[in-house]
Design a protein. Structure first.
Length: 329
């Protein structure tokens, strides 16, 4: 055998062994002795019919075929406890969580948090983003954010806004608005969305920072007046509305996001595989359309980008919650 042939054989053998080691490492990393996935995957999320449920089902349907294993959605009652379920699951890629902003807000409201999002989870990808919308009852004589702020300053403690619960998106959006403007508006908490909407339409509540799904039909019908979106960037969901940030309150950002996560210490190769599959599903036109029609915007990013987003969200909301003295009911 020539020297050239001998070198080529050694190189080929080295590549073969490297490939074998990679396959072995991937299999060992899942604790299964086989390539991931080799059984069904469970995606835990909130109740049936909500935006989290829709996102989870679109992803489950989209990746089942390509992964070759069934992906099952496990709906649990809304609340921070679903974070506990997944944080305590084996870190093998077979139990995932679809949830969003409440996941990292919840522990900030608790005296003794039951989990730490940064410590106990491995982010996979962002899934969905959506603004809340600042709307007022038509009887309120304002047509812009600046006019609302000016009116509130002349009537401290007289204007109220509805919230769906302590620490929810509408509550924090309103609290941030109050904090940055220095105005005194009163939060009125509702346990029933139907009652909240009825009071908004009836004028018992002057304003809210509602979800797109909640307020969009009433803005379009003229029963509520939209002033601005809470996200940092304009939203295709409400192209006619400016952001609060450019309407007199620079730096304001209270957008809502949803993402998919795994328990901490899930093997990196599993996280990468799942990210690839989720990004593929979210890039499809039919997925984007269904999410948009439900009041959101399908979006994705890398695990590292999602992790940075979570950390920045915790820093921002943690400061507000501490300074405003907000605590869970």
């Amino acid at each position: 055998m020539s020297l050239h042939s001998s070198v080529a054989a050694v190189v080929a053998f080295g590549l073969l062994m490297a490939g074998a080691r990679t396959v072995y490492a991937q299999a060992a990393a899942t604790g299964s002795g086989q390539m991931y996935p080799n059984k069904g995957i469970r995606v835990v999320t909130t109740g049936v019919g909500g935006s989290n449920d829709l996102a989870a089902r679109l992803i489950a349907q989209g990746v089942t075929e390509s992964l070759g294993q069934p992906v099952i959605v496990d709906n649990r009652s809304a609340g921070f406890t679903i974070g506990e379920i997944v944080s305590r699951a084996p870190p093998d890629g077979y139990t995932l969580l679809v949830y969003g902003t409440p996941l990292w807000i919840g522990p900030l409201l608790q005296a003794v948090p039951s989990f730490d999002v940064v410590r106990d989870f491995s982010p996979i990808s962002l899934i969905n983003k959506a603004p809340n919308v600042l709307v007022v009852h038509p009887s309120l004589p304002v047509s812009s954010v600046r006019e609302l702020i000016a009116l509130a300053k002349t009537r401290p403690g007289e204007l109220n806004y509805s919230v769906g619960g302590t620490g929810g998106a509408s509550h924090l959006a309103g609290a941030l608005f109050k904090f940055m403007t220095g105005i005194n508006i009163v939060a009125v908490s509702y346990k029933s969305g139907a009652v909240e909407t009825a009071d908004l339409l009836g004028g018992q509540i002057q304003m809210t920072f509602g979800s797109a799904a909640q307020v969009s039909p009433h803005v379009k019908s003229g029963k509520l007046r939209g002033l601005a979106v809470t996200s940092a960037q304009p939203s295709a969901l409400f192209p006619e509305l400016p952001t609060i940030a450019v309407s007199g309150l620079p730096g304001y950002d209270a957008g809502v996001v949803t993402g998919i996560l795994a328990p901490a210490r899930t093997p990196v190769m599993v996280i990468r595989r799942l990210n690839q599959e989720v990004v593929r599903v979210l890039s499809r036109a039919d997925t984007k359309e269904r999410v948009f029609n439900a009041g959101g915007e399908a979006t994705s990013n890398s695990p590292e980008e999602f992790a940075l987003l979570i950390r920045s969200e915790i820093a921002k909301w943690g400061k507000l919650i501490k300074e405003a003295g907000i605590r869970a009911d």
